[in-house]
Ligand binder design. Structure first.
Ligand code: ATP
Ligand code: MG
Length: 416
């Protein structure tokens, strides 16, 4: 037997309604904010992620699914959704179209990680990107999209916000960080030693216990913000307050990706511990230029769908049950089953959810099956009924039965 690859999961037919519920809630939420869907390829040129995600990030240093295709090109399965959206924005000249360009995606993403609960090698994201607007109001709107979605799904989450400034204030902060970490270099993990040299900000993102302990007393970026970045952060807080969204400032949040500027944020589930971060995002004003476009500001976020579902499951958040057949047509013998097949065809053509026997079961066993799949009515066609041109229709909830002529059946079920 061939098993599923490590870190991947099947969504089974009995569970897919949960995914569909989360996805349709995400689409409906996006619509209220005038976000339109973008679909980009599952694989891109590796170069795109090297340039955008950044070569000191966990994603690029150890998590990418990269391979050579038969034409000897280096290809990478998308580890996140922003890079592809930005590539498409630039390539399709959306910058010279109507701005802001507001879009969302629902996509698989691939990262070679150590699989755990809520940490997979193939996972799925709902993400939003807003291109062309630089104000804090747009950051607030991005946060509000995520906030509405999470609330619509019944999740209890805490919003953490931070500002990581612009390249100017970050240069001063990185210097301050290096001074702080210099005496602790020996205690840092292997990766953090590289981060110290290449991108000290990344030190704050380390998940190793030893590094986390030192990080607690590291200087805060907020003390290093330039006037413009500080004003932007203040404005964001004002918009969140006016929208009635509670937040906590967490100067440790720097996000895993290299391209963020100013606002960064995370939504963390208050119900579970590990892998409780269900959403991460922020502003990335430098990325579009970095990828060959004009200087266009942008803000976005991504929600991990598996983590959403995990938290929803653990907290008992309500997921509407999938729809059930309006009617199950039971046939007693081969002739009657043929009639059931015919009737089901007519009903389905008219949009009625109908099911029939496929296993040549007895009428009794068909009843049992109909009950199991939750059919609202069972229409029994026996020899007598067939001769009289009708079915005996039983309402499963009340147990009441009535004869319904084949000719009246469509109208009968259209009224249910
Ligand atoms: P983490 O710190 O948990 O590794 P991250 O900073 O790498 O997260 P992002 O790149 O911001 O995550 O991705 C956005 C969201 O996608 C995360 O908040 C999370 O919900 C989800 N996510 C990220 N990696 C995985 C994964 N390997 N499996 C499942 N979901 C994931
Ligand atoms: Mg990660």
């Amino acid at each position: 037997m061939i098993n599923i690859p490590k870190g991947t999961k099947d969504v089974l037919p009995v569970d897919s309604y949960k995914w569909q519920y989360v996805e349709s809630t995400a689409r409906e939420t996006a619509k209220l904010f005038n976000l339109k869907e973008i679909r980009t390829p599952v694989f891109e040129h590796t170069e795109l992620f090297l340039r955008s995600v950044g070569d000191t990030t966990d994603i690029v240093t150890k998590e990418m699914y990269t391979f050579k295709d038969k034409g000897d090109r280096s290809i990478t399965l998308k580890p996140e959704g922003t890079a592809g959206a930005v590539r498409s924005f630039v390539e399709n000249g959306m910058g010279s179209g109507v701005l802001p360009a507001k879009m969302y995606y629902i996509t698989p993403a691939f990262r070679y990680e150590r699989p755990q609960a809520g940490r997979l090698r193939e996972f799925h994201q709902f993400g939003v990107e807003i291109f062309g607007a630089s104000g804090a109001q747009t950051d607030a709107e991005a946060i509000l999209v995520a906030d509405s979605l999470l609330k619509n799904l019944g999740l209890n989450v805490q919003l953490y916000i931070n500002s990581i400034g612009c390249p100017t204030c970050r240069a001063a902060f990185n210097k301050g960080l290096k001074e702080f970490f210099a005496p602790h270099l020996d205690e840092l993990c292997y990766d953090c030693k590289t981060r110290y040299e290449k991108n000290p900000l990344r030190l704050l993102d380390c998940k190793e216990e030893a590094c986390k302990k030192i990080n607690v007393s590291a200087p805060s970026i907020l003390e290093y913000l330039c006037d413009d970045c500080a004003a932007h952060f203040e404005a964001l807080k004002g918009y969140l307050a006016s929208a009635g969204v509670a937040y906590e400032i967490n100067p440790r949040i720097v996000r895993g990706l290299d391209y963020y500027t100013r606002t960064v944020f995370e939504f963390v589930s208050t119900s579970i511990g590990a892998q409780g971060t269900v959403c991460g995002g922020g502003r990335y004003d430098g990325l579009i230029e970095e990828l060959g476009g004009n200087k266009v500001p942008a803000v976005g976020f991504a929600v991990g769908i598996e983590r959403l579902l995990m938290v929803m499951e653990q907290t008992g958040a309500e997921i509407p049950a999938p729809s059930v057949p309006t009617v199950y047509l039971a046939g007693m013998d081969a002739e009657c089953r043929k009639k059931a097949f015919e009737m089901a065809t007519i009903l389905r053509k008219n949009g009625i959810f109908a099911e029939i026997d496929h296993m040549e079961r007895s009428v009794k066993a068909q009843f049992k099956y109909a009950d199991k799949i939750g059919a609202k009515y069972v229409a029994v066609i026996g020899g007598n009924e067939l001769a009289e041109g009708k079915a005996n229709v039983k309402c499963m909830a009340t147990g009441e039965s009535e004869a319904v002529a084949f000719a009246d059946m469509l109208a009968f079920f259209q009224n249910q």
